[in-house]
Ligand binder design. Structure first.
Ligand SMILES: [Zn+2]
Length: 109
């Protein structure tokens, strides 16, 4: 898990897990582990939508009750907060799901 969270192959800990920000490499360039078998799919994004939605909606209600800003302020503030939070944590959640799939050997199909 630690290796994947640091962006490295969960098997050998040497090869890169990601190409770019969140895209997985097809295989480890050190040990050859096939990452196409461990695709996280839409799981990380779906998980983050549920978690951040549950956190942000109460904050939006709180802001509305305290300051009652115009609706466009809510759209801008919460849209940016949701986008930033998702982009910052998507890689971590994706690495975690791939590491769990590797650990418990549950590749796609
Ligand atoms: Zn490897």
């Amino acid at each position: 898990m630690r290796r994947a969270l640091n962006g490295f192959c969960p098997d050998c800990g040497q090869g890169k897990l990601f190409k770019g920000r969140v895209a997985l490499v097809e295989a480890c360039d050190h040990c050859g582990l096939d990452f196409t078998r461990y695709s996280a799919g839409d799981g990380p994004a779906t998980l983050l939508i549920f978690v951040y939605g549950a956190l942000i909606v109460p904050l939006a209600f709180l802001l509305e009750n305290l300051l009652a800003p115009p609706l466009w302020v809510h759209a801008v503030v919460w849209g940016l907060v949701m986008l930033a939070a998702t982009l910052l944590s998507l890689r971590v959640i994706k690495a975690m799901i791939v590491a769990l799939q590797y650990r418990f050997q549950t590749p796609e199909s």
